[in-house]
Design a protein around this ligand. Structure first.
Ligand SMILES: C[S@@+](CC[C@H](N)C(=O)[O-])C[C@H]1O[C@@H](n2cnc3c(N)ncnc32)[C@H](O)[C@@H]1O
Length: 278
């Protein structure tokens, strides 16, 4: 992990399209997150803190897990995206989900949570171990710490001579995340981060969505991820919008999968959870 003194720039930006992309991303990774919550012991009646809620997908899934007698508090530094999260929670009929704008590391929060969770948020933080150490102070005895993050450094290995377009996208994508200061190896670093935060060693899993059929939503999702990345790619001089050619990208990726017969693997996620002593 790179030693950062500052948080990473939020690589994907804050556009409305990015909010839509987060929702699309959630649909592809939803079963990974559900398996994760099931294994980690998130259960009915719990009070859970969701760190870096974004458009609210993790909080909405948590609301199903904790049921009407439980409670979910979601925190995000971006107050605008929390409006979408709040509207989605209302539309889903959850009255026990609350969103608070602010930096999860410094917000005044109660210390009676049964679990603290976060998905795709530690990779942007200067000091993930210190973040977990602070967040764990909001837990009751026996509380659960459960974080899911992406492992982009290992994603490099999907390149292959038969997939020049995917190879180029991997190169561009990893370069922009690296330049922004995000932790490319956050997934593999979760173990160290838990231990350095003084938490019990976590249980870990490694999972990634993968697909080939024309109607698989992963092609559109990867193209839309580049739509969010293009402004920073241009700012860093990595590639131009013309070179990326977003409007044809999903079709070109899908065509390469068809001709190469190599399915598209999306960035893998590593999940890590542990339980504090009671
Ligand atoms: C990639 S999004 C993930 C959203 C959501 N967890 C999901 O998986 O759909 C990361 C979110 O973390 C938020 N974030 C980053 N640093 C934060 C911090 N220090 N405190 C609270 N939120 C933060 C960003 O604003 C962004 O909405």
């Amino acid at each position: 992990m790179n030693n950062q003194s500052r948080d990473a720039e939020y690589t994907m930006g804050r556009s409305e399209e990015e909010t839509e992309r987060l929702i699309e991303q959630s649909q592809l990774y939803d079963d990974v997150t559900r398996r994760f919550f099931l294994r980690s012991g998130i259960a009915k009646g719990m009070k859970v803190l969701d760190v870096g809620s974004g458009a609210g997908d993790v909080a909405l899934t948590l609301a199903e897990f904790v049921g009407p007698k439980g409670q979910v508090v979601g925190v995000d530094v971006n107050p605008d995206i929390l409006k979408t999260a709040g509207e989605r929670a209302d539309a889903a009929g959850f009255s026990n989900v609350e969103f608070i704008a602010g930096d999860a590391r410094t917000l005044e929060l109660p210390n009676d949570f049964d679990a603290v969770v976060g998905r795709l948020v530690l990779l942007y933080m200067a000091d993930p171990a210190e973040t977990l150490r602070r967040l764990a102070t909001h837990l009751c005895g026996g509380g659960i710490v459960a974080f899911q993050d992406t492992e982009l450094a290992l994603y490099r290995t999907i390149t292959h001579p038969d997939t020049p377009l995917i190879n180029q996208l991997v190169e561009w994508g990893l370069t922009v995340f690296e330049r922004s200061g995000a932790h490319l190896n956050m997934g593999m670093e979760l173990y160290r981060v838990f231990v350095d935060a003084g938490l019990p060693e976590p249980t870990l899993h490694f999972e990634a969505p993968m697909g080939g059929p024309e109607d698989w939503p992963g092609f559109e999702y990867l193209a839309n991820s580049f739509r969010s990345l293009v402004p920073l790619m241009e700012a860093y001089g990595i590639a131009t919008a013309e070179e990326v050619d977003i409007d044809t990208l999903a079709d070109r990726i899908q065509a390469e999968v068809t001709t190469s017969k190599r399915p598209l693997l999306l960035p893998p996620h590593i999940t890590a959870y542990t339980t504090l002593a009671s």
